[in-house]
Design a protein around this ligand. Structure first.
Ligand code: CP
Length: 327
């Protein structure tokens, strides 16, 4: 059943940003506004397809220069759930092949009346560049190894949903930290809420400079596992690695993969996350990925609500008027 709904009830704080570029720049209260707005878009029953009217007349465009399953489809679905019109730009077959620049491409698409550009790009800072050249809102859907703020938000939302708190939790980020924009967004977000963050992986995949952000560094999963309340298993990003950074996949899986045997060392209520896609049998064995501790598909479900919240906060109110969520 589809129902049309008015805006969620007012929140006590205000959102003033035009763009969502990274979690590093957001304050804790700003992240709390997003998480609380996400809560209002979450449908715990999954029985009703709620349709909101807040973005009626708005246009949201997906501008993805890298592959995506979860982020791209959930932004499209989120925009449609809010009654926006959507465009899906794909570089293949576009005039980029004739030499048109990234910025000219975006400006031409914006000229069709677009309100929000959701951009994924292999170059760190590409969304920030667009934000300087476009008048519309820009959302970072992943920029190289820099940040993936909506993934970080949905991870934090899922942790809060399961653990009812963030402060004082120990969260392990395991795997290819060096190439992971998800790791950076998790670190910036979680530290603002008083969680302890441990990054763990082979020395070649864990930049030692990360300790300057206030995280603990470990190269032994078996050592940190008993201390963690949450483990976020990050994918080995074979496509971003220029040379072999560990002896073999088998060796990596033996030392840093999570299987049922290793999971016995963890706390009984450990929460297991993975941003996806997962390399089954490398980071996680199938019985662990699909097992009782896993919230991997719950993350995807929450991702839709997070992206609805972001679009709603960025352009869900008439221009010049007080935001409907403002207290
Ligand atoms: N987690 C994530 O960003 O997945 P996609 O690459 O499929 O969007």
């Amino acid at each position: 059943m589809t129902v049309e709904l008015a805006a969620p009830q007012p929140l006590s704080a205000t959102w003033t940003r035009r763009h969502l570029l990274d979690l590093e720049e957001l304050s804790r209260p700003e992240i709390e506004i997003i998480l609380d707005t996400t809560e209002r878009f979450t449908d715990p029953t999954h029985k009703r397809r709620k349709k909101y009217t807040d973005l009626r007349g708005r246009i949201v465009v997906n501008l993805f220069f890298e592959p995506s399953t979860r982020t791209r489809t959930s932004f499209g679905l989120a925009a449609r759930r809010l009654s926006a019109d959507t465009l899906d730009f794909t570089p293949g077959g576009s005039s980029l092949s004739k030499g048109e620049t990234f910025i000219d491409t975006a400006k031409n698409i914006e000229a069709m009346g677009v309100d929000v550009v959701v951009v994924r790009h292999s170059s760190p800072g590409a969304p920030h560049l667009l934000a300087r050249h476009l008048q519309c809102s820009v959302v970072n859907a992943g920029d190289g190894a820099h940040e993936h703020p909506t993934q970080g938000l949905l991870d934090i939302f899922t942790i809060r949903q399961h653990k009812k708190r963030l402060e004082g939790l120990t969260v392990g980020l395991v795997g290819d930290i060096a190439h992971s924009r998800v790791a950076r967004s998790n670190i910036h977000g979680l530290l603002k809420f008083g969680a302890k963050v441990i990054v763990c992986g082979p020395p070649t995949l864990v930049p030692p400079t990360l300790s300057q952000l206030g995280v603990e560094i470990s190269h032994r999963l078996d050592d940190i596992l008993p201390r963690c309340d949450v483990i976020n298993m990050l994918r080995i990003q074979f496509e971003r690695q220029r040379s072999g950074l560990f002896p073999s996949i088998h060796e990596y899986a033996r030392l840093f993969g999570l299987d049922s045997e290793r999971l016995r060392r963890a706390k009984p209520d450990i929460l297991l996350l993975a941003p996806g896609p997962i390399n089954r049998g490398v980071e996680l064995t199938p019985e662990v990925a699909d097992g009782p501790h896993s919230a991997i598909l719950q993350q995807v479900t929450n991702g839709l609500a997070v992206r609805m919240a972001i679009l709603y906060l960025l352009c869900g109110q008439p221009a010049g008027e007080t935001h409907p969520l403002a207290g």
